[in-house]
Ligand binder design. Structure first.
Ligand SMILES: Cc1cc2nc3c(=O)[nH]c(=O)nc-3n(C[C@H](O)[C@H](O)[C@H](O)COP(=O)(O)O)c2cc1C
Length: 143
């Protein structure tokens, strides 16, 4: 059975809801899924996962300077390299925002460079709900 870990950083709960929706969908599709916040994540659970979903709310000046916040960046700094022997998890990024995600995904990718294989999916939501389009994208990602 495929295994996924969904790790999120949320300040007020919207990104947590999105992470919960992603996890529910993965479980519906038969993927064994662990859902944890960056603060709760035991790095040992990441090893050997088939899919890794990493999410953080969008912080910035609304029209410019979007970036993941410090607790998410600290989590990534503490993360072990997961692509050591050339095989690593398939990685997806997700975020929630109000106006523009702008540089959020590029900044998340830059922080993760060298730690995990290049992310193959980006999901974003204003309200923490998974859209039918997200649903399709996740299905394709795990297939
Ligand atoms: C200090 C601050 C900065 C924010 N900057 C942006 C931004 O640059 N672009 C944007 O679209 N939303 C921005 N937002 C909105 C949040 O990304 C959005 O409300 C998000 O869903 C919050 O997620 P959370 O409930 O998981 O903390 C900002 C919110 C705060 C509090």
């Amino acid at each position: 059975m495929a295994r996924a870990v969904v790790v999120y950083r949320s300040r007020t709960g919207v990104t947590r809801r999105y992470a919960e929706e992603i996890s529910s969908l993965l479980r519906t599709k038969g993927v064994m899924t662990q859902l944890v916040s960056v603060g709760e994540c035991d790095m040992a659970t990441l090893a050997g996962a088939d899919f890794l979903f990493l999410g953080c709310w969008t912080s910035g000046l609304f029209v410019i300077g979007q970036h993941p916040d410090e607790p998410w960046l600290a989590f990534v700094r503490d993360m072990p390299r997961l692509d050591g022997s050339g095989v690593g998890p398939k990685v997806a990024l997700f975020t929630t925002y109000k106006l523009l995600t702008g540089s959020q995904f590029p900044r998340m990718r830059a922080a993760l460079a060298g730690k995990v294989p290049a992310p193959e999916l980006e999901l974003k939501s204003r309200d923490g709900r998974l859209s039918p389009r997200d649903d399709e994208a996740v299905e394709l990602f795990i297939s």
